[in-house]
Design a protein around this ligand. Structure first.
Ligand code: TYM
Length: 346
């Protein structure tokens, strides 16, 4: 595999409240990546409309996710922050990838099955095709690294399969046009840390999710200190005190989840947390978790509020980001069109 320039890409959907899972599994890690990589962070509004979105509400949510990025510490001068619909190369490449990806590959996608539920006939074609657009998001920039939560793992495997098949199917043309052995990198998913899969506060076997009907299942980035405290105190636990070692968290999903959240918020490991709190009762541990969560999330929520009050500023950040993103994607997609064999307009 030839060397590709290191580039990070990731995306977040503007659909419903951003929660602690989105923050710890993704956004907090996006912030850290900026020190090491050139990064693009995208509000994936084209993905959002795979299920019905009220237009005015969608506009609001796009700005709110952008505000969350900025409030969490993504620096728009350094990283490229933009919304997907404003860079036409995503949709263009998705069409070409539709002709590379196989029906059988998409039929295996578990997230489609979950989201479409029983009424599959009534799901949009976009919902089914969602992972192909995701591959196009990443590969339009020939991104080498993608930080995501664990739930996106299968989609990233599909991205790698599409890149591989494109490189194989067009290998002669890729060489002919001077791109060497492969046009697309085989992107590395970056899934990790103690909070790669944050679970519901009401049921440690279910993922924390925007679509859970119970607001007590999740901590939203916009929750105030009282709401955070209430939700942590009400979080489901078991009757035992915390173990001193991680082996003792097995078969205790709620304890494991709270320890993982504590670890991720304090930038420590589960081992570190248990070294300090092993033997503690949940009441004491939850008290410490409330203080930590309020200290870390409070300022982000407050800054989000301040930012969304100035949509002009957010829109300017997005416009600048879209122009910079397009400057990277446009030559890549022009090259793809040459490789596929389309005649260029003069
Ligand atoms: P989305 O909007 O559902 O979630 C955004 C990010 O948050 C992570 N995440 C979690 N991490 C840990 N625990 C949880 N409970 C949890 N819930 C969500 C997700 O893994 C994700 O990283 N398909 C993507 C958006 C997307 C994308 C892309 C991502 C579109 N194109 C290209 C990367 C690269 C999604 O729906 O994420």
């Amino acid at each position: 595999m030839p060397a590709f320039k290191e580039l990070v890409f990731s995306g977040v959907q503007p659909t419903g409240n951003l929660h602690l899972g989105n923050y710890l599994g993704a956004i907090k890690r996006f912030v850290a990546m900026q020190a090491q990589f050139e990064c693009l962070y995208c509000v994936v509004d084209l993905h959002a409309i795979t299920v019905w979105q009220d237009p005015a509400e969608l506009t609001r949510q796009i700005r709110e996710v952008t505000a969350a990025f900025l409030a969490a510490g993504i620096d728009p001068a350094r990283s490229v922050v933009f919304n997907q619909s404003q860079v036409p190369q995503h949709a263009e490449l998705a069409w070409i990838f539709n002709c590379v990806a196989r029906l059988g590959w998409l039929n295996r996608m578990t997230q489609f099955k979950e989201k479409a539920g029983k009424d599959r006939e009534n799901a949009s074609i976009g919902l089914y095709d969602y992972p192909v657009l995701m591959a196009a998001d990443i590969l339009a920039y020939r991104a080498t690294h993608v930080p995501v939560g664990e739930d996106q793992k299968q989609h990233l495997e599909l991205t790698r399969d599409i890149a591989q098949k494109f490189n194989n199917d067009f290998s002669a043309a890729i060489q002919q046009h001077g791109h060497g052995e492969a046009f697309f990198p085989i992107t590395e998913p970056l899934i990790g840390g103690p909070a790669a899969r944050v679970m519901s506060l009401r049921d440690g076997t279910k993922k924390m999710s925007k679509s859970d009907p119970s607001d007590y299942s999740r901590i939203n980035l916009t929750d105030d200190s009282d709401a955070i405290a209430q939700k942590v105190r009400k979080a489901k636990t078991d009757a035992e005190p915390l173990p001193s070692e991680t082996a003792g968290l097995e078969k205790r999903p709620e304890a494991d989840n709270l320890v993982g959240i504590f670890a991720a918020l304090s930038e420590a490991s589960r081992e570190d947390v248990l070294r300090e709190y092993g033997g503690a009762q949940f009441s004491a541990f939850k008290g410490a978790l409330v203080d930590l969560a309020v200290a870390k999330l409070g300022p982000i929520g407050a800054e989000m509020k301040r930012l969304v009050a100035d949509p002009g500023h957010i829109d300017a950040v997005l416009a600048d980001g879209a122009a910079r993103a397009e400057a990277i994607a446009a030559p890549n997609i022009a090259a793809v069109k040459d490789i596929v064999g389309f005649v260029r307009r003069r």
